[in-house]
Design a protein around this ligand. Structure first.
Ligand SMILES: C[S@@+](CC[C@H](N)C(=O)[O-])C[C@H]1O[C@@H](n2cnc3c(N)ncnc32)[C@H](O)[C@@H]1O
Length: 311
């Protein structure tokens, strides 16, 4: 455990004070488990976690998963989801980020298949957030896939939702009411606008500053929006399929307690390294800012197949 739990207040961990615990305790600031998430979940008491954010394997044959019969996959996910619901606090939230299972060119949206696993646990869906990104495989027999979804479920109606923490700049901040009792007054919320349920955030591809060797890591800013809106400082944020630790990094930099499980040592080790860097404020993170729009006189913006451009 960190020697001085107050350190998280000002976020000035130093290497010798940082401790990554391997066994869960509600008092730990950081717990990272190397192994199967179902084994780790057994350590976690009922109703102790405020927020669970994860992106599970998609059953598409990545190096960390064995492609299996889709019914078996759903039943494996169901076991993890049941356990996640057990450890979730009454005012807590679960965010399951997921894409498509692809079989012989047919796509099967996994969120649709997994929806019942949450509903059978009496959870309530608050948003199906569409995460839109710009880069990915180019398909020739269907339109190229450029989004995944996040199912955000709550355990009860008394859930934490800090909208003001994630408001975005208004498009027309100077707009005024033109009729009615408020005529002449500014019509937009000065704190910014609701970010909506469609999020445009670059995915982590090769030139992204957060890129590690993991093939499907979360951008930190995606997780950060969920953490800021669905939990409070010092709450516990948990990721059962940790990968290289993006969820816990986002938690640490926002002063949450964090926990996660990762089955592959090579990703677990990178998660630990990123946690140490994050604690020391040395991890490179892309801020949550609008997607870059190329402009100006860049030569690659000119279409070489257009004769007009070649004059
Ligand atoms: C889609 S990736 C998650 C990536 C993560 N969001 C990140 O930003 O790095 C899923 C991860 O779950 C891990 N995994 C698969 N089965 C697991 C299990 N039973 N318990 C724990 N981790 C598992 C895989 O090794 C993989 O790194």
């Amino acid at each position: 455990m960190l020697e001085n739990p107050e350190m998280i207040e000002n976020y000035s961990f130093s290497d010798n004070k940082l401790k990554i615990n391997r066994t869960f305790s509600k008092d730990n600031l950081i717990t990272l488990y190397l192994g199967d998430c179902l084994d780790f979940l057994k350590q976690i008491p009922d109703s102790s976690i405020q927020l669970i954010i994860t992106s599970p394997p998609y059953n598409i044959g990545k190096e960390y998963e064995r492609k299996t019969d889709i019914k078996k996959y759903v039943s494996q996910q169901n076991r993890v989801i049941n356990e996640c619901v057990r450890v979730l606090k009454n005012e807590g939230s679960i965010c399951w980020e997921i894409g498509n299972y692809v079989n012989n060119g047919e796509i099967i949206p996994l969120d649709i298949l997994l929806y019942d696993c949450f509903k059978n646990n009496q959870l309530q869906l608050r948003n199906r957030i569409v995460w839109h990104f710009g880069h990915g495989l180019h398909c020739s027999k269907r339109f190229s896939g450029r989004y995944e979804t996040i199912l955000w479920f709550t355990k009860s109606d008394q859930y934490i939702f800090n909208l003001d923490n994630v408001r975005m700049p208004q498009k027309y901040p100077g707009k005024k009411h033109f009729k009615g009792p408020n005529v002449g007054k500014y019509s937009s919320n000065p704190k910014g606008k609701n970010p909506s349920d469609v999020w445009d955030i670059p995915n982590v591809k090769n030139n992204h500053i957060e890129k590690t060797c993991h093939p499907c890591q979360f951008p930190i800013s995606l997780v950060q929006r969920l953490i800021l809106s669905l939990s409070n400082e010092h709450d516990i944020v948990f990721d059962p399929f940790l990968g290289v630790g993006s969820t816990v990094v986002a938690g640490i930099i926002n002063r949450r307690k964090v926990a996660g499980a990762e089955i592959l040592k090579k990703y677990y080790d990178i998660a630990c390294e990123r946690v140490v860097l994050a604690c020391n404020n040395k991890l490179k993170i892309r801020p949550d800012k609008p997607v870059y729009q190329p402009g100006g006189n860049l030569s690659i913006l000119k279409n070489p197949f257009n004769k007009e451009n070649n004059k």
